[in-house]
Design a protein around this ligand. Structure first.
Ligand SMILES: [Zn+2]
Length: 448
């Protein structure tokens, strides 16, 4: 592959591509670079303005919301802020599955919408549309978050995914050569040859950003570390929600810089991302309103773990008002030392489907279990805990060189400590933890 100078791509090909596509992507990036420094109050005023516009648009053009507003007794013109929507039922994944065509705005023709399909933790695909301008606005916000990692527009990318997309059409091949400039490592087929090929491409392209699921980046870095090879990107962005501390350290050792943890989903795009301070994740408040709710539906206090509910303000093709993402996280009222006015989320607690249930009935975040066993006990390279029945845990474990009876006993004791003494633990040694179809890894799976 030919490597064009970064400045040429940044100043010529990137803007030309937007002009060719009639896209507001880079204009959005320029706007968001400015708006991130506005005060909290100014950002909130901007959110409320977009919310009022979206609510009136949804009431006028979405049959689903028209009847929801009426049933909830909400007068669309009276909505001034998200608090005015407290009586609007949450938009669940089941709602999206059952009523998708009625949620879509009648102001858009099918060819003006882009489909995003998600795997979904239940295995049933969820299909969500976004209008073309919304896609461009999302892309602009993603670029700003990419820049927080240290990457600069115009630098090539290295993407670590399962089943990465390959350019097929001529347009996409040209785009890959002059603009996107991405090299891929497919984590579905990772072996010595694949890593060698990837490294050869890396040396030619010298990517500025290493990007992918946290655990996939970790697997690559673990292989490189054992061979004494280091990488030198300007930024590392981990997009999987489970960035395990021990894995983070390996990635940072191999790449020589801090990992930028990011959180989002296909349905509403980027939700939160760390800045260069790495002290919590900034909410993408220019484009979203994020609520953290208790189980009774009231708002969490700062520092209190709750269900994450997102209203995406920029998708007019298929308005997503109070969408329950299926994850839990902790809101914050801290100011970030970086000075940005975008509010912070302390951290993500995990995917609801990844919480295990203790015999006493309380739920335990999968990541806490993994971090307190995998990281602390010697000889566990990787593990996955599946709660097959209320009192039965299946542990798939990749043993390291120090693994032995003592570790196994300690592991079982620790899991029983978390979930209850009556819980039976079956440990099975495996060669690798399998990925899901999307290339994502799940460290805990709750089937009860
Ligand atoms: Zn910050």
């Amino acid at each position: 592959m030919i490597r064009l100078p970064d400045s040429l791509v940044r100043h010529l090909f990137e803007p030309l591509w937007d002009r060719y596509e009639g896209s507001v992507r880079l204009a959005t990036l320029a706007r968001l670079r400015q708006s991130q420094w506005r005060s909290r109050a100014e950002i909130e005023a901007g959110q409320n303005l977009l919310l009022r516009q979206l609510v009136s648009h949804a009431a006028a053009t979405s049959p689903f919301y028209r009847s929801r507003f009426a049933k909830a007794g909400i007068e669309p013109s009276a909505v001034r802020s998200i608090a005015d929507l407290a009586d609007l039922p949450l938009l669940t994944k089941d709602d999206v599955r059952e009523h998708r065509d009625r949620i879509v705005s009648t102001a858009y023709r099918p060819d003006q919408l882009v489909l995003a399909k998600t795997g979904g933790s239940t295995g049933v695909a969820l299909r969500v549309y976004c209008d073309r301008k919304g896609i461009q606005l999302r892309a602009g916000a993603a670029l700003r978050a990419d820049e927080w990692s240290g990457w600069r527009l115009g630098q090539p990318l290295a993407s670590i995914w399962g089943n990465p997309p390959r350019p097929v059409t001529l347009k996409n091949k040209v785009r890959r050569l002059v603009k996107d400039r991405v090299i891929y490592l497919d984590t579905m087929h990772i072996d010595d040859q694949a890593v060698d090929d990837f490294l050869a491409e890396w040396r030619t392209m010298r990517p500025g950003l290493l990007y992918g699921h946290a655990h996939s980046i970790f697997i690559l870095c673990e292989i490189l570390r054992s061979s004494g090879i280091s990488l030198n990107p300007s930024g590392v962005v981990a997009t999987s929600m489970m960035l395990i501390e021990s894995e983070r350290r390996v990635i940072e050792e191999v790449c020589g810089i801090k990992v930028t943890n990011r959180y989002g989903c296909e349905e509403v795009s980027l939700i939160a991302c760390e800045c260069e301070e790495h002290r919590g994740m900034h909410l993408n408040a220019d484009h979203n309103i994020v609520e953290f709710l208790r189980d009774d539906g009231t708002a969490c206090a700062p520092g209190e773990d709750g269900r994450i509910v997102v209203t995406e303000l920029i998708n007019r093709g298929m308005p997503m008002l109070r969408y329950e993402v299926g994850d839990r996280g902790v809101p914050s009222d801290r100011d970030c030392p970086c000075g940005r006015g975008l509010p912070l989320m302390e951290h993500l607690t995990g995917r609801v489907a990844d919480f295990l249930v203790a015999t006493s009935g309380h739920r335990v975040a999968g990541i806490s279990i993994i971090e307190n066993t995998l990281t602390r006990l010697p000889g566990i390279a990787q593990m996955q805990v599946i709660q097959a029945e209320a009192r039965l845990l299946q542990v798939n474990l990749v043993p390291g060189s120090e693994y032995g009876r003592e570790t196994e006993s300690a592991l079982i004791a620790s899991l029983q400590d978390y979930l209850g003494d009556e819980v039976q633990v079956r440990v099975e040694q495996v060669a690798a933890i399998p990925q899901e179809e999307s290339g994502k890894y799940r460290f805990t799976i709750c089937r009860v």
